[in-house]
Design a protein around this ligand. Sequence first.
Ligand code: PAF
Length: 281
Amino acid sequence: MIVFEKATELNQFLAREREKGKTVGFVPTMGALHNGHISLINKARNENSMVVASVFVNPTQFNNAEDLKKYPRTIEADKALLEENGCDVLFFPSVEEIYPEKDNTVFDLGGLDTLMEGKFRPGHFNGVAMVVKRLFQIVQPEHAYFGEKDFQQLAIIRYMVSSEKLPVNIISCPTLRESSGLAMSSRNMRLTKEEKVEAAAIYRALLEAKENAKTLQPHEVKEIFEQSISQNSAFKFEYFEIVDSENLLPVKEWNPQRKATGCVAVWIRDVRLIDNLLIFP
Ligand code: PAF
């Protein structure tokens, strides 16, 4: 695996590879890699002749300085895991490399950035759009791979790519879970063994919501979910929303023609976890 820290060097290297007829599959990450990321690498490897991954903890998407400081950083383990799994190129830039000067771009994200995560993490999605656009300009991939665990992020990246007319196909990959049901996430590294056991209740509550959606109205499903999470002393509940899976608008009643996804955010101690599940139909 070749590691690049400089954008122009990576860009020139990939231009030469493309002249040889290679196609590039790109997996942007913030590191602290787990099997969820590896599933993206595997898919990218199967669908392209070259796989490029990036590890960059993007400061512009953190609205909380403490969260940025505590975000797990495990670059040596990340490199080994990428190498083992057939990644060809790693882009590991510094903050100065990505942001040589302050970027004040404000993206129009079609209002998708004002709900759920956007409400609780103001500016977060603008930072995501900023870094993803920049990475796409450097790497110029044919395909880019994102996990469905970040359901709202995926919708926003698709919107940004379409409105900015970027020539890249966005491919989504299913959430990988521990055997307990806990969604794999870099943030899980900050949980104790006991907290990981507690955290599996999030997925159980999502499954219960899916079951309840067969007989109850959305507001009832929401109430039961909120009660079950709020009653668990391990959690500080942030939100649970049932949204249209395409446009992310809150679902007031079930429509058999449209899918609905339940999206949740909770805190365990000072670790924020998100998850989602298709709950209707
Ligand atoms: O999902 C992530 O890890 C990040 O939000 C991303 C897409 C790599 C942008 O920093």
